[in-house]
Write a protein that binds this ligand. Structure first.
Ligand code: SF4
Length: 217
């Protein structure tokens, strides 16, 4: 397909998928305290996709995301990078909500300005890691996104992301940070530590992994 045609098709398919994500109610308990699910962002004909477990670390530290994107960009010599999430709806721990009547379950409890309708104050929920059930419910969206955008390289941030994504592709090998795996189409998946564990040193190590993977391809 011509480059322009592929880009248009990717845009169409991604918009259609995002519409379904926005309507998704598979994880009802997560929906009360979020405004909208997190969507992927970046180049829509990417060579590399970065996959994070959820939006928590990235949203809280956009400098880290920029830093990660920059090192991938310089090591792979490409700016065709996209990042996305394994779970779209950020779970939160909240004392106010857990002390509230079950009649409020499944109701939106947060307004457009992120104020809590129960306390009248800005949401004080603490972002937490998603449960396995949410990962299993949400994973099909990530797999669909990878199939639409068809990158040659996928970088998996964190053990859980590596574990769930690689198993979805039938790769059941033991995983250590820095390992590279190939699927049947030759796409490479690189397992790296989660963004929280990334230090400048880790960023350099990622650079070395990327260079050696590139020289093997
Ligand atoms: S986390 Fe994913 S599967 Fe669950 S409700 Fe949100 S979009 Fe749907």
């Amino acid at each position: 397909m011509a480059a322009d045609g592929r880009r248009e098709q990717n845009i169409r398919f991604i918009i259609e998928m995002e519409d379904r994500i926005a309507q998704c109610k598979r994880c009802k308990s997560l929906l009360s305290c979020i405004r909208k699910p997190s969507m992927g962002k970046g180049d829509l004909e990417p060579e590399i996709i970065l996959v994070f477990e959820n939006d928590m670390t990235v949203a809280q530290n956009s400098d880290k995301l920029l830093e990660l994107r920059e090192i991938v960009k310089s090591q792979f010599n490409t700016s065709k990078i996209y990042h996305t999430f394994m779970v779209r709806c950020q779970p939160k721990a909240c004392v106010i909500r857990s002390n509230t009547s079950c009649y409020l379950e499944n109701k939106k409890l947060i307004d457009r300005e992120y104020n809590c309708l129960l306390s009248g104050k800005y949401c004080e929920g603490i972002p937490i890691k998603p449960a396995d059930e949410s990962i299993i419910s949400c994973l099909p969206f990530l797999l669909e996104e990878l199939e639409i955008l068809d990158p040659s390289t996928v970088i998996l941030f964190g053990e859980r992301v590596s574990d769930f994504v690689l198993k979805s592709y039938g790769i059941f090998k033991e995983i250590s940070a820095g390992d590279a795996f190939y699927d049947g189409t030759g796409r490479v998946f690189i397992s790296v530590p989660s963004p929280e564990e990334f230090t400048t040193e880790e960023l350099q190590k990622l650079g070395d992994i990327l260079s050696s993977t590139e020289s093997q391809s």
